[in-house]
Design a protein around this ligand. Structure first.
Ligand code: MG
Ligand code: MG
Length: 262
């Protein structure tokens, strides 16, 4: 995920392939959301996702993913509960009424990846928790609004930060959005904060995974001993929303959004 490297412009054929990958991600995420309930374990969600991947004849973007210095990611789904921000490894934890759970999911189809995340409530949640979810989802929408040709790359993160901080919340700085295509993570690195008006101009055919990670408290991150799970240092709740977004002449198209999606 280098900075300042070339940003790919996708051909119409490549865009069609990316649409397919993204649609599988969107449809499976909807099925997963419907399975979130008190008493369900995070591993059960992963097992469902793994079956859905096999039935559709696509591949996981996450399982076996091994960035330098980290153990290979062991699951097809990231399931991050409450103060877990991202990259929660599925296991025996049972969801409890009032929890929030972030589901982050990616597949590869015909050589291209799609990547999307959503935070789901488990049964009834508190008012402030709902406001965190609404704000984080809104931050993703506001980020997409600036993804029009001619705008600058840093306008995206600026829009996220402005929305989140106006609500009194914090953006996580250790993780970021990214280019996506033949690899899950491609240049550029797209932080969720910063000044507007910097970086390359946006051009039709660019595809980015935009993913605000938002905390109710401070933005500091701690890593669990499993080396993957990132949690808030202050134990506050965190939310994560993500879409794979194509820039078109007419503006943004969320490829991972189908009817019923976030
Ligand atoms: Mg993701
Ligand atoms: Mg991503």
């Amino acid at each position: 995920m280098g900075r300042g490297q070339r940003i790919e412009i996708r051909t119409p054929d490549e865009i069609e392939a990316m649409r397919d990958a993204a649609r599988h991600v969107a449809e499976i995420l909807i099925e997963l959301r419907e399975r979130v309930a008190p008493g369900v374990t995070t591993r059960e969600l992963d097992e469902y996702a793994e079956k859905a991947i096999a039935q559709r004849g696509v591949r996981s973007s996450f399982k076996g993913y091994d960035p330098l210095g980290l153990p290979a990611y062991p699951a097809v789904l990231c399931v991050s509960v409450n103060d877990e921000i991202v990259h929660g490894i599925p296991g025996s934890r049972e969801l409890v009424e009032g929890d929030i759970v972030s589901l982050d999911f990616g597949v590869e189809c015909d050589g291209f990846h799609g990547d999307s995340a959503v935070t789901v409530s488990v049964g009834r949640i508190g008012e402030e928790t709902q406001r965190l979810l609404d704000t984080s989802s809104q931050a993703l929408d506001e980020a997409m609004e600036v993804m029009v040709p001619g705008r600058r790359l840093s306008d995206i993160g600026h829009a996220v930060q402005r929305c989140v901080e106006a609500a009194g919340y914090s953006v996580v700085r250790e993780f970021a959005g990214h280019g996506i295509g033949r690899k899950l993570h491609e240049p550029p690195w797209i932080p969720n904060f910063g000044a507007a008006g910097r970086g390359p101009r946006l051009v039709p055919g660019m595809v980015f995974a935009i993913e605000p990670m938002v905390t109710i408290g401070r933005s500091d991150v701690k890593m669990r001993d499993d080396e993957w799970t990132a949690v808030t240092a202050d134990g506050s709740l965190a939310a994560h929303y993500e879409h794979t977004v194509l820039i078109t002449e007419d503006g943004p198209e969320a490829l991972t959004r189908v009817a019923g999606s976030h």
